[in-house]
Ligand binder design. Sequence first.
Ligand code: IDP
Ligand code: MG
Length: 133
Amino acid sequence: MEETLSIIKPDAMERNLEDKIKNIFIKNNFEIIKEKKVKLEKKDAELFYKVHETKPFYNDLCNYLSSGPVLVMVLKKDNAIAENRKIMGTTNPKDADPGTIRKEFGISIDKNSIHGSDSKENAEKEISFFFKD
Ligand code: IDP
Ligand code: MG
């Protein structure tokens, strides 16, 4: 079994999509083993997205992620990291496959409703970023 970090981003929280998105994970046999609703400070978002600090969209991205509450979850399943990326869809909702979370709910490349870890190393880092135990 593998663990990955998922975040329901502010645009989806704002539209009350929390339960709909959680049900997609449950339907796809993910176990939600930890979850918490948090409102990040900008400096938290900057740390979380540090890998993107040189990108032109970094500042907007950090403002956005800290603009409202988010739901942070640890998802567990065989091959959870890749399986989660598959059901999330591509970064830009416009290009995402039908039935994916981003296709269904994403508004734009920045307001794309969901975050998911992209590798084993990042999953571990991101899980301990939010759940220190
Ligand atoms: P991912 O979320 O699919 O892993 P990343 O490349 O890691 O995509 O980018 C992190 C987040 O930064 C994206 O989910 C999206 O919200 C935002 N982002 C990525 N590329 C762009 C862009 O070109 N313009 C604006 N925001 C972007
Ligand atoms: Mg990423």
